[in-house]
Design a protein. Structure first.
Length: 38
């Protein structure tokens, strides 16, 4: 059962990383929309 917990923790960390990446992407997109000349 310990392995299942480890996998769950690893999946959580990966999901958090994906969420952070998506947030950064949305920020970049919004900034480019605000400043199209940059």
């Amino acid at each position: 059962m310990s392995t299942a917990v480890e996998i769950d923790e690893d999946t959580k960390s990966k999901l958090e990383e994906l969420q952070m990446e998506s947030r950064l992407k949305t920020r970049e997109e919004s900034s480019t929309k605000k400043f199209p000349y940059h």
